[in-house]
Every structure is written in C-alpha cells, then in structure tokens.
Design a protein around this ligand. Structure first.
Ligand code: ADP
Ligand code: ADP
Length: 225
C-alpha cells in the first residue's frame, strides 16, 4: 500500500524554483530518509507534505487522499522539529496533551494517552517539569511524545537530532527506529548527515539543488554514488 505519493511537486519562492518537480511513492511502513546538503530543498519538501508550506505545482497524496487543500492537522501526519518547538510555560504533560485538549478529547482518555506515550519515550517521571528544566535529549523526547500522542500514520522529522551531542544522537536514532517499528507508521526523516541517513533508512531520497538525484536502498545508493 502506498502511504505518500508525490507527483510533480514543485516549490517556487519569489521567482526561483527550490524544488523542481519531485515524483516519489513511499510505501506504508517504510522509513524514508531525505538526504542532501544544506539548502537543497529537503525541509521545504517535508513541509509541503506536512501542509506547512503551500505547493506551487503538483499533487501530494497521503493514502489515497489528495491533501493539497487540507490543513496540516487534517493530514494524519505529525512533525518533529530540530528546535523541539515546545511551549515553554507548559509542563511536559501539558505539552504532550495539548493537541488532544484542543481536539476536546475527554480528560481521562487524554491522561491515559499522555501517560502511554510518555512511558514509550521514558518521560513518565518528568511530566510535571517544564521544558527549561530538561536536557536536549529529554526535550526531543517530549517533541516525539507530542507527535505520537495523536496517533498519526505518518511521522515527519526535520533534522530532529542536529542539536544533540554525538553520543545522544546515535542513541536517539535507534529509539526512533524502534518506535517506528512498534507503531507501524510511515516515517520521512530529513538530514544532511550521511551516516545518520545510512543507519536509519529503508530507502534514501538523495536531493541536490532542488532535484531528486537518486531513490534507493542504502546499499544500492552506496554502490552507485
Ligand atoms: P534544506 O532543508 O535542504 O536545507 P530548504 O528547504 O530549507 O533546504 O531551503 C531550500 C531553498 O529554499 C534554500 O535556497 C532556501 O534559501 C530557500 N527558502 C527556504 N525557505 C524560504 C522562504 N520562506 N522564502 C524564500 N526562500 C526560502
Ligand atoms: P489539563 O487540565 O490541561 O489536563 P493537567 O496538568 O492536569 O492539565 O494535565 C496535563 C496533561 O499532563 C494531562 O493530559 C495529563 O495526562 C498529563 N499529566 C500530568 N501529570 C501527570 C501525571 N503525574 N501522571 C499522568 N499524567 C500526567
């Protein structure tokens, strides 16, 4: 089953194209990494899938629905950012549960779901803390829990581990792979780090200067640079 279909997806800022027309099909359950140098359009492509950026031309399908006109929250995707994007005045628990509160999920169900995802990422003892009292790794776990709590089918990661030290980055990669498998979701992960890409990806999308240069399994891409 296809989870995400990109058909001739383009993005123009002012007068110049930054994404030239991307055609890719992503299978349900795949872990896809978009790899390429800074400024090549990776983040823009991801943000178009999320609905945070309008597309200039083409079509994006999630499942069998064309989502071009849908709001981000209607797309069944959750995004995890490099800078965590947490609410500083809210506790960890409130940060994680906020989207459920907005969606008027009743308090008992909200509590149970917040606790379940907090446990899954090892945050259950920190629910009453504020983001400012947490380490970088813990903040990134909050960001992941907040994405998970809405039970999305698709996870979108925008260089989520770039601010973490090398050791933690390696640990978080295996956590993300584990959660991906446990939850049975489709993941699209943007990075400029080749090692990170090779470690995480079922398939790589190699981008350069706004174009997709290669799509394939790490071993295939590695053997045909
Ligand atoms: P990457 O994620 O690969 O680093 P981006 O998708 O962030 O690349 O950016 C691709 C190109 O689009 C860059 O040249 C960047 O300067 C440009 N760009 C990104 N956002 C905007 C914007 N809001 N307005 C104008 N240009 C932008
Ligand atoms: P609200 O009234 O917005 O739900 P709370 O501070 O009571 O505010 O809770 C916010 C979220 O944090 C809730 O969804 C709750 O599940 C979670 N939470 C906070 N502390 C705990 C805790 N000790 N055990 C379980 N869940 C907690």
């Amino acid at each position: 089953m296809t989870a995400i279909t990109l058909k001739g997806v383009k993005k123009r800022y002012n007068k110049s194209l930054v994404v030239y027309g991307v055609d890719v099909e992503i299978e349900a359950g795949e872990f896809i990494v978009i790899l390429g140098p800074s400024g090549c359009g990776k983040s823009t492509l991801l943000r178009m899938i999320a609905g945070l950026e309008e597309i200039t031309d083409g079509e994006i399908l999630i499942g069998d629905r064309v989502v071009n006109q849908l709001e981000p929250r209607e797309r069944g995707c959750a995004m995890v950012f490099q800078n965590y994007a947490l609410y500083p005045h809210m506790t960890v628990g409130k940060n994680i549960g906020y989207s459920l509160k907005v969606a008027r999920v009743p308090k008992p169900e909200r509590d149970a779901r917040v606790m379940a995802v907090a446990k899954a990422v090892g945050l259950e003892a920190l629910l009453d803390r504020r983001p400012g009292e947490l380490s970088g790794g813990q903040r990134q776990r909050v960001a992941m829990a907040r994405a998970m709590v809405r039970e999305p089918k698709v996870f979108l990661f925008d260089e989520p581990f770039s601010n973490l030290d090398a050791k933690l980055r390696v640990a978080m990669r295996s956590e993300v792979r584990k959660l991906h498998r446990q939850l049975g979701v489709t993941s699209v992960f943007v990075t400029h780090d080749q090692t990170e890409a090779m470690t995480l990806a079922d398939r790589l999308i190699i981008m350069n200067a706004g174009r997709v240069e290669q799509v394939g399994r790490p071993i295939e891409v590695y053997n045909n640079p």
